[in-house]
Design a protein around this ligand. Structure first.
Ligand SMILES: *[C@@H]1O[C@H](CO)[C@@H](O)[C@H](O)[C@H]1NC(C)=O
Ligand SMILES: *[C@@H]1O[C@H](CO)[C@@H](O)[C@H](O)[C@H]1NC(C)=O
Ligand SMILES: *[C@@H]1O[C@H](CO)[C@@H](O)[C@H](O)[C@H]1NC(C)=O
Ligand SMILES: *[C@@H]1O[C@H](CO)[C@@H](O)[C@H](O)[C@H]1NC(C)=O
Length: 490
């Protein structure tokens, strides 16, 4: 059959072949540029295991810089009752619950000398998740409002005071330290790190919310937040992008698990240019580029409030590889939950993980990994296909993703992977349509022939064939695919 003899309305019914344990069932109808895959999927489950305890460090301190306000669920914004180390009666007066979880919320560097609005939001979110908890806000505003470099230097001292507080509370109440969770933002993350390292016994968990970068990037682990500071240290990096040689948030991994939402730099919904301009104009002494930096806090709040819609993050060597869809597997502890429900990973240290998010709460998106193995028949440099994909699930669909096929990137006999992200939850994936167009704008007949031969395996005029296609849903780890497009035409 000659290529040009084909009509533009090729209707084809394809039988899918089974591939490994994916039962691919159906057949379907496509128009000439369009391939649909229908599949049922199996899924795998992954469990993350706890870390071993490590030995503590012991140091004594004194000095008064920090205050400890036990906030109440009804008044998350107000400091009504301070717990004072050495004054046992303050515990009773503030109704400290000795059997409940205790959170220490530690703010960062401040220009205003006032609590930022996220503090009350985080307190409220913690109470909404853990009703009986003691949520204590560590107030070191007086020191934190200094010149940045001075405030940064003071984190060690403030951390020692927090450690002293922890030791005292432990002595008074015998609370097990695995019920103690320090949450620090910006410089507060390093305060938490110092607190953890100076406390007599190892605290259960430290969450670093975009730990401050300047003066901490690249320094020895003892001089910043590090995995040694708690049984489990998890970190969200949301503004770890250099600007004028400075990165507001620390770029290097500093915990057991370090999650970089959207690559840890650009956050959707934030006015990046505005933020950069602020840094450029005012430097670090001026205003904090709040949105992207503070996104770390809101992602954590989101994880407390929207437990059912927790974001997942995936282990990957780099943001670029993640964006190319190369890392969406959960096997062997390769994925974790973003935020409060992050799980400890045995022996893990400085594991970089990535996720995409929406621009607003709830931040979760759905990640899909699409893998295609192309067979290119003719001179490769002539093919610059545009590939668009539509996904159809049990509860909705998303259409017309354009895959990022860079010129010359279609390499024969190599499996290409792509990352697809949807905001909507389309439910279990049932069908995928893939459309491939030659972007070199040839005459239609040529296009048709390309398409025809693609299905038909007619090598006399084919250019690109998809030999093997698979898709994995990151969130469910369900996977489906199809091995070969050698199919019957009606
Ligand atoms: C203290 O916390 C425990 C949970 O750890 C809870 O069962 C108990 O009711 C709380 N006590 C008070 C007085 O709220
Ligand atoms: C492919 O095309 C380019 C220019 O279009 C040419 O230089 C090259 O020799 C061709 N390669 C083959 C293997 O035909
Ligand atoms: C399907 O989507 C609707 C709204 O579009 C939602 O209310 C419902 O819970 C979803 N069902 C499932 C199973 O996801
Ligand atoms: C790709 O694989 C096919 C069959 O396995 C082979 O015929 C073809 O030569 C290979 N192409 C390249 C460029 O290696």
């Amino acid at each position: 059959m000659s290529c040009s003899a084909l009509s533009p309305q090729i209707i084809a019914v394809f039988k899918m072949t089974n591939w490994i344990n994916f039962s691919i069932v159906l057949c379907f109808i496509v128009s000439f540029k369009c391939l649909s895959l229908i599949f049922k999927t199996h899924f795998t489950v992954n469990f993350l295991e706890p870390l071993k305890n490590l030995s503590p460090q012991r140091v004594k301190v004194r000095g008064v810089h920090a205050k400890f306000s036990l906030r109440k669920p009804a008044l998350p914004d107000d400091d009504m009752c301070y717990i004072v180390p050495g004054k046992e009666e303050s515990l009773g007066k503030c109704s400290f619950n000795t059997t409940a979880k205790t959170f220490l919320v530690i703010h960062g560097w401040t220009v205003s000398g006032l609590f930022e609005s996220w503090v009350a939001k985080l307190v409220a979110a913690l109470y909404s998740r853990e009703k009986d908890a003691n949520v204590i806000v560590v107030d070191w505003l007086n020191t934190a409002q200094n010149h940045y470099a001075l405030a940064a230097q003071s984190t060690q001292k403030v951390g020692q005071e927090v450690a002293h507080f922890i030791d005292w509370i432990e002595e008074m109440t015998n609370i097990p330290l695995d019920k103690l969770h320090l949450i620090g933002y910006n410089l507060g993350a390093h305060v938490a790190g110092f607190a953890g390292s100076y406390a007599n016994n190892k605290v259960g968990r430290i969450t670093g919310l975009d730990p401050a970068g300047p003066d901490f990037e690249g320094v020895h682990a003892h001089q910043r937040l590090s995995p040694d500071d708690a049984v489990f240290v998890d970190v969200l990096h949301t503004f770890s992008r250099g600007s004028l040689g400075l990165s507001i948030g620390i770029e290097q991994p500093v915990g057991h698990v370090d999650i970089y939402p959207n690559g840890g730099s650009f956050q959707p919904g934030c006015n990046l240019q505005g933020a950069l301009k602020k840094v450029a104009n005012l430097g670090l002494l001026g205003e904090d580029p709040v949105c992207e930096h503070e996104r770390s806090v809101h992602l954590f709040i989101d994880s407390l409030l929207n437990e059912e819609e927790a974001s997942k993050a995936y282990r990957c060597a780099s943001s670029d590889m993640f964006n190319r869809g190369m890392c969406l597997k959960c096997r062997k502890d390769r994925c974790n939950t973003v935020g409060y429900d992050a799980r400890r990973i045995r022996r893990a240290r400085s594991i970089k993980m990535f996720t995409k998010t929406r621009a607003a709460m709830p931040f979760r998106v759905h990640h899909y990994q699409l893998k295609i193995r192309f067979q290119v028949q003719t001179n490769q440099s002539e093919t610059e296909p545009t590939i668009t994909v539509s996904l159809y699930g049990t509860n909705g669909s998303v259409t017309n993703f354009q895959l990022d096929v860079r010129k010359g990137k279609i390499t024969p006999n190599k499996t290409h992977s792509f990352l697809l992200v949807t905001e909507e939850d389309i439910g279990d994936l049932q069908m995928m349509k893939m459309r491939m167009e030659d972007s070199s704008r040839r005459p239609v007949s040529s296009l048709i022939s390309t398409a025809w031969s693609w299905w038909n395996g007619d090598s006399s005029c084919s250019e690109i064939k998809a030999k093997k296609i698979s898709i994995r849903t990151g969130e469910t780890q369900k996977k489906g695919g199809e091995r070969s497009v050698t199919l019957d035409l009606v």
